[in-house]
Design a protein around this ligand. Structure first.
Ligand code: FAD
Ligand code: 2HG
Ligand code: ZN
Length: 487
């Protein structure tokens, strides 16, 4: 038994003081500058970014290496203190903040932010879990490589959080979710042991693929401390178009044409409704509509080539758009002529979340259905919402190329937020029942967290939930890892 274990087991003989002793021990192990104990300083770590969830904690800790994470976890396991791992705290589901019980520590990964190595031949990068996603993208670019995970929160979310939520974003169509971009992981288990699966192997069939358990587990099974990520050749010629489409079925036909005509190199296929565009134009300074007339739906489409000055791909791209115009799959389109113009198109898409927040309260639905079902789903779910709130405003956009829409609902104009929020459960229920009808998912990419925990049993089979529970109990018998999330 190590001296640390000896101290901890001694402490755990007297229940209440045991917790304060454990907290003192954690502070001692970490040292000054690696924890926050004053309530007002803790607030940003206890508050979810939309302000829907706030919690309480005994301490917020900032370990600097895996050994510190392991030591803190061992102490918590012994003393029965919960651990809430936290990355950038951009979760859409209240996953990264503790409950109000105040029996948890928040374990921030922000000081474990080193890019450890890049192997350009193996096309891999090894990183600590607290690396900001954008820093990873930039480090890959500096080595003429590409890490394709991309989402509007990339300037603040951390790779550990991305992996723990199996994040999606705007490039899933071509590269898959976060889950598909990982080759190896290092994880601290709920008892403090360090599970080292930090391999850069593309083939390894030596039993269960354990890393998959932690990808998408939202901090409920362990703390991801390092990862080996997959890299790709850097895009050199990016062709971006902002297209107006007559309806959603046409958008999906356009997706098919674009895939076929480009040799399946569509990188992005994002749907933006007029209501979303209007909110962005209203709230985000410097944005402008690239098209002269107003249309009901738009698609932001990108086709990418890894060849420099790839004129052939550009020509194919333009030809494809011309054909789509002739066959009225698109009504008008603007093609980015410069990187600056491309960024302007992206601002219209990436600011959807921010502009909704500035507009007032919105009730979000991160749903997926088979791509072929999107048009019927869209209409049916909208009618279901109107059945609950006839003055609701639909704010629909997202990753149509993955069958994933953010089918959000904004509060009616000139009506108090609290009246709208009183209908939250009914609106959720209306949309999720339609999702069920189409064999879809009530959480395509954001996870479950606290937000959808109570709804999950209605939409996932009881056997699947039993299996999840068995795994949870086996790995975390004391239930200390991010309690109150998922199950
Ligand atoms: P946090 O919010 O800190 O944590 C998320 C969950 O992971 C929590 O349950 C937490 O306990 C757990 N966790 C965090 N770090 C670790 C770790 N090291 N080990 C174990 N568990 C951990 N999501 C998408 O999928 N696609 C999008 O397109 C997208 N766009 C967004 C746009 C905006 C403007 C915002 C605000 C959010 C968006 N999100 C999106 C949601 C969010 O950014 C993602 O879920 C992201 O992956 C969370 O990363 P994070 O570092 O902020 O994690
Ligand atoms: C996106 O795709 C995010 O931009 C956020 O997943 C979606 O605001 C939302 O609901
Ligand atoms: Zn999204």
């Amino acid at each position: 038994m190590s001296s640390l274990e000896a101290t901890v087991s001694k402490m755990s003989t007297s229940p209440q003081p045991a917790k304060s002793l454990a907290i003192e021990k954690i502070k001692q192990i970490l040292g000054e500058g690696r924890f926050i104990e004053h309530k007002d300083e803790m607030i940003p770590f206890l508050t979810e970014w939309r302000g829907f969830y706030t919690g309480d904690a005994l301490l917020v800790v900032f370990p600097e290496n895996v050994q510190m994470v392991s030591d803190v976890t061992k102490i918590c396991a012994e003393a029965g203190i919960s651990i809430v791992p936290q990355g950038g705290n951009t979760s859409m589901c209240g996953g990264a903040v503790p409950s109000s019980e105040g029996n948890a520590i928040v374990l921030s990964m922000s000081k474990m932010n080193k890019i450890l190595s890049i192997d350009t031949t193996n096309y891999t990068m090894t990183v600590e879990a607290g690396c900001i996603l954008q820093n990873i993208q930039e480090a890959a670019k500096a080595e003429d490589r590409y890490f394709p995970l991309s989402l509007a929160a990339e300037g603040s979310c951390m790779i550990g959080g991305n992996l723990a939520t199996n994040a999606g974003g705007t490039n899933v169509l071509r590269y898959g979710n976060a889950r598909e971009l990982v080759l190896g992981l290092e994880v601290v288990l709920p008892d403090g042991r360090i599970l080292d699966q930090l391999t850069g192997l593309r083939k390894d069939n030596t039993g269960y693929d354990l890393k998959q358990l932690f990808l998408g587990s939202e901090g409920t099974l362990g703390i991801i401390t390092k990862a080996v990520l997959k890299l790709f050749p850097a895009p050199k010629s990016i062709n971006a178009a902002y297209c107006a489409v007559p309806n959603i079925s046409a958008a999906l036909e356009l997706l098919n044409c674009a895939r076929v005509e480009s040799g399946d190199s569509v990188e992005t296929f994002e749907l933006i409704s007029r209501q979303v565009l209007d909110l962005v134009l209203k709230h985000i300074p410097g944005t402008r509509d690239p098209l002269t007339e107003s249309y009901e739906y738009y698609v932001l489409l990108e086709i990418v080539s890894t060849k420099q000055d790839d004129n052939e791909t550009r020509k194919n791209f333009e030809n494809m758009l011309e054909k789509a115009l002739e066959s009225e799959l698109i009504l008008d389109a603007a093609i980015a002529q410069t990187e600056q113009q491309r960024q302007e198109f992206w601002a219209l898409r990436e600011n959807a979340t921010e502009s909704q927040k500035l507009e007032g309260t919105s009730i979000k639905h991160d749903i997926s259905v088979p791509i072929s079902s999107i048009p019927t789903f869209y209409e049916t779910a909208w009618q279901a919402i109107l059945g609950v709130e006839p003055k609701a405003r639909l704010i629909a956009f997202g990753h149509a190329g993955d069958g994933n829409l953010h089918f959000n609902v904004a509060q009616p104009k000139n009506s108090p937020s609290k009246d709208f929020l009183a209908k939250w459960a009914d609106i959720n229920h209306a949309v999720h029942e339609v999702v069920k009808q189409f064999n879809g998912s009530i959480s395509a990419e954001h996870g479950i967290g606290q937000l959808k925990k109570d709804e999950l049993p209605n939409y996932k089979s009881s056997i699947a939930i039993d299996v999840m529970r068995v795994i949870k109990d086996a790995l975390d018998p004391k239930g200390i890892m991010n309690p109150g999330k998922i199950i």
